[in-house]
Design a binder for this molecule. Structure first.
Ligand code: SIN
Ligand code: CO
Length: 375
């Protein structure tokens, strides 16, 4: 169990998406999520997204994983970063639970870092909210005021920026946490060999929303209404302001009709940026096999990183899972909410859920797709 020492309601109203916050001792007696050796081992796997950032005098070098060994990097000035640890390391699920006071759709991934003294990615600005939690070791963090900053070495292609004046300047120790909203410059420098973790979030951009809406309209062959007009401009080569506005109103019409956008939003927001570690059974489960395993004490678990989302006031009874809508009878909406709210179920809870045949069917589908597994 990881319990977060934070007044989450006050945090949501005063800091979330607004301003950075340092929370000393956010996780009292913080237990390391993973050992450096295990993390290094994960970064040797093809499916796992990892990189090593080597800190040079005035520059950084990035080596993409997988890695065979780390000898080439020496004993200082480098940092190993492993994305989506929660997909590959089920033990991290408890830790992520502590952050579910923020809706699942916003969550991107848990990134783990192993850093040697002098290692760090350099000053930069992220588009997303992030919580940085310190494990073993110490790292010196600075966070600056939101604003425009010059790119490092005047290089327009670099994600790094020149320096900033800190509004937070702190050495993070085990169990401490830093919250950084989008747009605030920050930099972590490693003082002693350190493990740290980033809980990262994301939110769709206009570009992503437009493109997802267009794809959904094409897939369903909808949105076919055309522009019509009751008056024409007197100048032949002119597109009148009212025609321009009426054309764009066709888009706002779609964007304000839940039946046009809900499926797109559910699909998009339930998808994951990182590969999922699907757990497809060798032989598909039948209802009898499932019941037997549950009777023998198996836990029903969701694979790491999988999102089960429901839309408030949805026009259909359904749950969105990994970019797909699963429609179900309205009578099992409560079961589906229970299923979507927890990441694992003890045998007693699972037995209760399986009493409704449509719920049992949904569980079987999710199990046979590899989205759930029996542990
Ligand atoms: C780090 O751990 O140094 C990278 C995390 C971040 O800056 O977002
Ligand atoms: Co960052």
């Amino acid at each position: 169990m990881y319990s977060l020492n934070l007044d989450t309601n006050a945090f949501l109203s005063d800091y979330w998406q607004k301003k950075p916050l340092l929370i000393k001792n956010a996780f009292p007696n913080f237990e390391e999520l993973i050992s450096p050796d295990e993390l290094a081992g994960l970064a040797c796997e093809e499916e796992v997204s990892s990189r090593v950032v080597v800190t040079k005098d005035n520059d950084w070098q990035i080596c993409q994983g997988p890695f065979e060994d780390y000898d080439q990097f020496g004993s200082s000035h480098w940092q190993l970063l492993v994305q989506a640890l929660n997909h590959w390391y089920p033990d991290s699920a408890n830790f992520i639970d502590a952050f579910r006071f923020i809706p699942d759709w916003r969550f991107d991934d848990l990134m783990a870092s192993f850093a040697t003294p002098g290692g760090g990615v350099g000053a930069h600005i992220d588009n997303y909210d992030v919580f940085i939690i310190q494990g073993e070791g110490e790292r010196h963090w600075t966070v600056g005021e939101k604003g425009q900053y010059a790119p490092k070495n005047n290089d327009p292609t670099t994600p790094l920026i020149e320096g900033f004046s800190p509004i937070i300047d702190v050495v993070l120790e085990k169990g401490d946490m830093l919250y950084i909203p989008p747009g605030y410059p920050h930099q972590g420098q490693t003082l002693t060999t350190a493990m740290s973790y980033s809980i990262g979030y994301r939110a769709p951009s206009q570009q992503e929303l437009f493109s997802a809406l267009a794809d959904a309209l094409i897939d369903t062959n909808t949105g076919l209404k055309r522009f019509t007009s009751t008056s024409e401009p007197t100048i032949a080569n002119q597109v009148s302001v009212s025609h321009q506005q009426d054309m764009m109103a066709l888009i706002s019409e779609l964007a304000s009709d839940p039946e046009s956008y809900q499926t797109m939003l559910g699909n998009m927001l339930s998808q994951n940026r990182f590969e999922l570690d699907l757990c497809e059974p060798e032989q598909p489960y039948t209802a009898d096999m499932l019941k037997e395993d549950i009777e023998q004490g198996a836990q029903l678990c969701r694979i790491g990183g999988l999102k089960l989302l429901q839309l408030e006031n949805d026009s259909l009874s359904r749950v969105f899972v990994n970019g797909e809508a699963f429609v179900h009878p309205a009578s099992i909406t409560v079961d589906v909410t229970i299923l979507a709210n927890s990441c694992s179920f003890d045998p007693e809870k699972t037995e209760q859920l399986l009493q409704n045949v449509p719920t049992q069917d949904l569980v079987l589908t999710l199990l046979n797709r590899g989205y759930f597994y029996l542990g």
